[in-house]
Write a protein that binds this ligand. Sequence first.
Ligand code: GDP
Length: 403
Amino acid sequence: MPNVPITCAQLEDPLEVISSLAALQLRVFNSVSIDRLTYSMEVTPTSKVALITGVTGQTGSILADLLLGLGYEVHGITRGSPSDVPTRLAHIMAGHESMKHRFTLHHCDILDIQAFSEILLATKPAELYNLAAQSSVSVSFKQPHETFRVDGLGVLNVLETVRLFLPTVRVFQASSSEIFGKATTSPQTETTKPHPCSPYANAKLVAHTLARVYREAYNLHVCSGVLYNHESSRRGGNFVTQKIARAAVKISLGLQKTLELGNLDSCRDWGHAKDFADCIWKMMQTDVAEDFIVATGETHTVRDFAKKSFAVVGIEVEFQGTGIHEVGLHSKDGSIIIKVNSNFFRPTEPVHIVGDASKALQKLYWRPSYSVTELVEEMVSAQKKEISKEFELDSLSNLDRPK
Ligand code: GDP
């Protein structure tokens, strides 16, 4: 591959260099030799400045809240349209001046190297949290290419950009418990052999490995947090926990008859996203970058999560039958409120996913503060508020309709 000439004038202007490189996309990173060290001396990260990719997601927005609370200047990246105010960030953007002024939302796709490099150089963060991802396992079976592009190639873009332009920044890579999939050991630790069983898990394993490679090969401060399922009232409605919390409230109010679920025997180690954000921040404060399992160490079935959720709205569910014929009955009148629908089954499922976060306890003094019961209560209570607001709005808009 031919060398691409870079002029002295361009070297004085980082943005010029990026433009030349980005025009040639990734292959340029292999063929152009830039004096990375000299270059990086001019671009020193600013302390207490953080950049979060995927900031409009559940964990990104919770992390933004945490960092703003700690006094950081926070920059977030979203792929969304500049005209939209992302719901999960509305409270920051419309909030108190002291917070609002320290938060900036940037619009870019991490697959766009030029745009991402420009933001990295303009903001010069001390800490970069890479949370941008296609985060649904079931979507990954339908859109494996897109999942690989964002969750695999996207991470490579972030790491390459850091290596070339801001190698002193600390990087957090959001890894996933899904990489263990059909692992034969349980609970899993940082040394458990991965065995992914979905395109999502596969892409996340590529990213997890890349993070280690960049740490070892280039001495970058990159740590991966192997995050087990983490939920909150901000969880997307396509995840089973939020789907259950919402349905429990709607069924209790007579707004829905039944909840249809897939595999009720599926088990997950469900923690609270606020606890996880805290652990993510803690691992970025250590001088030596390492990987950490972030988990509660407890596992629950989907059935159990449903039972707990309905209990919060005063409904006791009794399960009867097996497999596809299993149903959840309202204990008061015997009506069917939960059914199994095979459309929600996945081609493969992780076997026994539960994490051992002893290393995080020993080295970061981190342990989860929320129990699964508290998590369920919070999610169901938030749905109660949400649904009553929607219901009020609905009845108000009905008043306006012509009779
Ligand atoms: P994931 O662990 O990232 O895939 O999180 P999800 O919340 O999407 O799924 C957790 C588990 O719940 C998986 O084992 C699913 O197969 C199972 N599950 C059972 N029924 C449903 C359902 O209706 N929707 C979803 N999303 N998952 C379901």
